[in-house]
Design a protein. Structure first.
Length: 234
């Protein structure tokens, strides 16, 4: 396990799901962790972490947050920025499609405003998503956003060097973002991952381990790491 003693981390979306798992691993590795959400801490698992309230689409609040924590080492953003459009493209509400890009703008805002306040050799990790390159019907909007995120990461790496920036691309992960419950949830997981090379749903901690690798390894930048169980598109 990495040792991040003396390092300071800011984790957007760090109060639940994948973000919380990343925050927990950072804390276990000795880092000081600031979690950021729109509603504040919602889990006892974030005990010992500093929680700040900010919206990734509110640049003024982000600027204040980054100036307050100037000199921090790691920036992780797992926030979606708001609702995402899912469903057949030709039936999709185009305002919903456009709204899905809140994730991209949230990432752009945090990197643009956060990088100038980071330590010289800091590291940034964002989240893409496997529909970006392994499209399943009904995921065109989030896949398009994922492509934009991955392109942003690859291009930004040259612009913000020596700060490193990478992304993790998760497959289907068992998090609160999957709204189905009970038997319907289990059936959804089984049907979606049955033809994957590892035929099961992923765990948030498995994605978090990839994020820690990207934060620790100082010879990786502009890279996308897939954590999707060998997902095979439908």
């Amino acid at each position: 396990m990495a040792s991040f003693n003396g390092k300071k981390s800011i984790v957007f979306g760090g109060t639940s799901g994948i973000g919380l798992e990343i925050a927990k691993l950072l804390q276990q590795a000795g880092a000081q962790v600031v979690t950021v959400s729109r509603r504040g801490a919602i889990s006892d698992e974030s005990d010992g972490m500093q929680n700040e309230i900010a919206d990734v689409l509110d640049r003024d609040s982000l600027q204040t947050l980054f100036e307050k924590n100037a000199g921090f080492d790691f920036l992780v953003n797992t926030a979606t920025g708001g609702p995402r459009a899912i469903g057949p493209f030709l039936e999709m509400d185009l305002d919903g499609f456009q709204g899905s890009f809140a994730k991209l703008w949230g990432y752009v805002n945090t990197v643009r405003l956060g990088a100038p306040q980071m330590a010289k050799e800091g590291a940034i990790v964002l989240l893409s998503g496997y529909p970006a390159r392994k499209h399943r019907p009904g995921t065109l909007a989030i896949g398009t956003v994922g492509n934009a995120v991955e392109g942003f990461v690859k291009l930004a790496a040259a612009e913000i060097n020596p700060i490193r920036i990478n992304a993790v691309c998760p497959g289907l992960i068992d998090t609160p973002m999957v709204l189905k419950q009970g038997e319907e949830r289990e059936e959804y997981f089984s049907n979606t991952t049955g033809n994957h090379l590892i035929p099961r749903v992923g765990k948030p901690e498995e994605v978090a381990l990839a994020a820690i690798f990207l934060l620790e390894n100082q010879f990786v930048t502009g890279t996308i790491v897939d954590v999707d169980g060998g997902a095979i598109p439908a």
